[in-house]
Design a protein around this ligand. Structure first.
Ligand code: AMP
Length: 423
């Protein structure tokens, strides 16, 4: 069968790599892909913001299965459009993807279905923010309602600062339309975990849990990024806690959606805070996380195509995934200056040596290729991912590989998975 993956980052490279391992897959396409992905899939130009462009790609390829990486095409209705053309496509419809595309929708939905989450207020004007703020202790979290590529959440220490941030968002100057409505939220304390489940509109099957590192600097300092690393291990959540999350969070989401006339099919990513009051939802995403997908898929031993098809065809079961007991770690190497401005086009060295390392895989996040040489082409450049029987060794292996790779300005966090050691 022919599989089409939509997207251009490390997550999509990991999807391509895993899908290619299925004995049923004869050819993998990726649109638009990147320099590194092109070594494992035929890449086709495409504009992920434009559904017509993606429809044109599918007309050319005639895929037997399409897998969508990023949230934007999903929220624009890609699955609705592709499905109406008769193309089998993995992911939620635009209506279901509102859980990610609108924070106010997600908060109201969680309230209706008694899913644990922080107390909140939805505000559409400065006056509403002024009236709501006295009900919150500081610090308070201010979130833009719409998609903001990781830039839509600010934690404010004082009411004055909170009010100024909310005004800036509401004015449209900070984040455009995404900020014209804001959600104020109580600031939760605890450890964050990413818990993903596969959904078929009715049932859910959990993936292995992961933890990601969003800030640029060691010790969770500096600005937020698209993600600087992640790890996955058995020890992150015990079986009892996983069952609790499935019962009280994941299943109620799918059943709640169903009760409201919407089928949730695809990956449901629950961003959770493990608080003293129990796990609470920080956010939902309607697709694999990046770089969590790299760490999670590194541990997957069964056929990904089978699992994705089970979701589309409404026959998900706990047995859809077979996982390795190994742990995995992913370290992101970024361009100098990222997450601010950075220069592209720097030559990357050391990749051949790392290719020879066992249980290590380099997923390309932002590279271009010319005459067998790779160059940087994005803020996040490479996702060095390793697997081993224990987390400490997986992390050590990932950093051993990172040390062999070089490009001008390269930087990365040195403390991926360090929190696991402290627990
Ligand atoms: P979100 O896009 O909603 O996941 O927010 C991005 C990040 O902001 C999360 O991963 C958390 O680190 C932080 N965050 C969001 N909501 C809260 C909250 N209510 N309390 C504390 N931190 C939060």
């Amino acid at each position: 069968m022919k599989v089409l993956v939509l997207g251009s980052g490390g997550r999509e490279h990991a999807l391509v790599w895993k899908l290619r391992q299925s004995p049923r897959v004869s050819k993998v396409y990726c649109a638009p892909g990147n320099g590194g992905i092109a070594a494992e899939a035929e890449c086709l130009p495409a504009d992920l913001k434009n559904l017509d462009s993606l429809v044109n790609v599918a007309r050319r390829v005639e895929p037997d299965l399409t897998v969508v990486g990023p949230e934007l095409p999903l929220t624009l209705g890609l699955v609705d459009r592709f499905t109406s053309q008769g193309w089998k496509t993995f992911g939620p419809t635009a209506a279901a993807a509102q859980l990610e595309s609108s924070k106010s929708f997600a908060k109201l939905f969680m309230q209706r279905h008694h899913i644990p989450s922080a107390p909140y207020a939805i505000c559409k004007s400065r006056e509403e923010v002024r009236d709501a703020l006295p009900h919150f202790h500081m610090p308070v979290v201010i979130k833009a309602d719409g998609l903001a590529a990781g830039k839509g959440v600010v934690i404010s220490k004082s009411k004055d600062e909170a009010s100024a941030v909310a005004s800036e968002m509401l004015s449209g100057k900070m984040l455009g339309e995404a900020g014209l409505c804001v959600v104020l939220e109580e600031c939760l304390q605890g450890e964050e975990v990413s818990f993903l489940v596969l959904c078929d509109g009715d049932r859910v099957a959990p993936l292995v849990p992961a933890q990601d590192y969003k800030r640029i600097g060691d010790g969770d300092t500096g600005p937020n990024t698209g993600g600087m690393g992640a790890y996955s291990s058995q020890a992150l959540l015990d079986a009892q806690m996983q069952n609790w999350i499935v019962q009280h969070i994941a299943r109620p989401v799918v059943e709640g959606m169903q009760a409201e006339g919407v089928e949730y099919k695809g990956i449901l990513y629950c961003g959770l805070m493990l608080t003293a009051r129990g796990p609470m939802v920080l956010e939902f995403n309607c697709r694999f996380g990046d770089p969590e997908a790299q760490a999670i898929l590194m541990r997957l031993e069964s056929d990904l195509v089978e699992a994705l098809e089970a979701a589309i065809e409404g026959r998900v079961s706990e047995g859809d995934f077979r996982w390795s007991k190994d742990a995995s770690a992913c370290v992101v190497m970024a361009s100098g200056g990222y997450p601010g401005t950075f220069e592209a086009g720097k030559k990357i060295s050391g990749l051949e040596e790392v290719e020879r390392m066992e249980q290590v895989k380099v997923f390309h996040a932002g590279t271009s290729a010319r005459d067998d040489t790779y160059f940087t082409a994005g803020g996040r450049v490479l996702d060095i991912t390793a697997r081993a029987s224990d987390l400490k060794t997986a992390v050590a292996r990932a950093y051993e590989a990172v040390a062999k790779i070089g490009f001008e300005g390269a930087h990365y966090r040195k403390d991926i998975a360090a929190k696991a050691g402290k627990r």
